[in-house]
Design a protein around this ligand. Structure first.
Ligand code: NDP
Ligand code: MG
Length: 393
């Protein structure tokens, strides 16, 4: 029986993963080793009972008693804290889902890679912050990273059976988010509630807001560069409001392969779950006649500077991805708390990268986990400084 673990099981990606596991036979078809969650103890316990998980782990030590009580009378062990999640990730499995949100997903992903098997990677933050380290770790252990982000799953699928030397360009599609048509003046006033309302995809709160600012696409540009080893000048962003084409690959002969599907993350998760085979999935089928038309436009980098920042990060290399991700997370928290405006996020992140570049804090030939975590911490501190400088200045 295939052994699996899900990190971030109670989130949007985690729930979709649990849904598919259940659809493919649940505890009778998989040996579920570890499930991790955060504050949603009731859901974590329900998932652990249903899938008869060996261990359930919450990220928060103050929630351990609640988790223990919720799983009383079952065979599922319980634990709490970031170190406990990393320990659970060290239990060998054939397939693990990395779906914790934010930089907190990096360590469990790395630990899972060290123990071999497949890592289905939804946590794009770990690729952005530590792509080279993730690849190095996977190679050393004979582990395999499979992309779960819909665009990257699309690219991965379009590249099946192709020689990487035949790739001319990658075209990353973006819905453009809820503010695609908003003029800059109006963007200044955008609220977290408006930003979270994604037109096509139902996702966690943070990635939804990142989609509205195009920071999500910025992260995905870097993720594409890291995952597929394609140079930044060969990666384009194309706004496609219907989110039906999940991305495209152009080849040296001019042919372009597109991946189409309904905007449902279970497509990409299911592909990674069943890889290298394809298996039936409970997805709505595409009805292109009903959709009628597909639109495309160039992203407006004036209103959405995140894309240009991502290009700068790729040019810098080293620890720039780690700093970028951390600064973006702090700026996003400040926007959520209404301490800064929607349009303040990008200039703050750009400022942090500038200061860290000037201080030679981003230089590193072969970043290890400690240097990535140091850059992450320093970038968070610098982002707080940049925000208070704006308030007092
Ligand atoms: P959610 O916010 O819905 O879920 C996040 C999960 O992580 C939850 O299980 C949450 O627990 C847990 N969690 C939160 N904070 C911590 C922490 N500090 N330590 C450990 N666990 C924590 O996020 P999504 O499912 O939307 O996204 C997950 C990842 O997948 C992100 O990296 C995102 O960028 C990526 N992704 C998501 C897509 C989507 O469609 N949602 C598409 C492509 C990529 P709890 O809720 O119990 O507190
Ligand atoms: Mg995506």
């Amino acid at each position: 029986m295939r052994r699996i673990s899900i990190f971030g099981a109670t989130g949007s990606i985690g729930c979709n993963t649990v849904d598919l596991i259940r659809w493919q036979g649940g505890a009778d078809a998989f040996r579920v080793v570890a499930l991790s969650g955060g504050r949603n103890i009731a859901l974590l316990a329900e998932q652990a009972r249903m899938l008869r998980a060996e261990i359930a782990v919450t990220a928060h030590e103050d929630m351990l008693d609640a988790l223990r009580a919720a799983l009383a009378g079952t065979d599922t062990a319980v634990a709490a804290g970031a170190a406990a999640i990393a320990e659970a990730a060290a239990r060998p499995v054939d397939w693990a889902m990395s779906a914790i949100v934010g930089a907190a997903g990096l360590e469990p992903g790395l630990v899972a890679l060290r123990h071999g098997g497949i890592l289905a990677l939804a946590n794009k933050e770990s690729m952005v912050a530590a792509g080279a380290l993730m690849h190095r770790t996977a190679r050393a252990a004979g582990a395999r990273i499979l992309p779960v982000d819909s665009e990257h799953s699309a690219i991965f699928q379009a590249l099946r059976g192709e020689d990487s030397t035949a790739i001319e360009r990658i075209i990353l599609t973006a819905s453009g988010g809820p503010f695609r048509d908003w003029p800059l003046e109006r963007l200044h006033e955008a609220t977290p509630e408006q930003a979270v309302a994604h037109p096509n995809w139902s996702m966690g709160r943070r990635i939804s807001i990142d989609s509205a600012s195009l920071f999500n696409k910025a992260m995905e540009l870097i993720e594409t560069h890291e995952l597929f080893d394609v140079s930044p000048d060969r990666i384009e962003v194309l706004v496609h409001p219907q989110s039906i084409i999940h991305s495209l690959v152009g080849f040296v002969d001019g042919a372009v392969m597109a991946h189409l599907g309904p905007p449902d993350m279970r497509g990409a998760i299911g592909f990674a779950l069943n890889w290298p085979q394809r298996a039936p999935l409970p997805l709505e089928r595409l009805d292109l006649a009903a959709i009628g038309r597909l639109d495309f436009e160039t992203p407006d980098e004036g209103r959405f500077p995140a894309i240009a920042i991502a290009r700068e990060v790729m040019a810098l290399g080293g620890l720039a991805g780690a700093a970028f991700n951390a600064a973006k997370e702090v700026a996003l928290d400040a926007f959520l708390a209404r301490r800064i405006r929607f349009t303040d996020m990008a200039p703050i992140v750009a400022r942090v990268l500038e200061t860290m570049t000037a201080g030679h804090d981003l230089e590193s030939d072969m970043p290890d986990l400690d240097s990535v975590l140091d850059a992450d911490r320093l970038a968070r501190a610098r982002t707080h400084e940049a925000m208070s400088a704006r308030q007092t200045g």
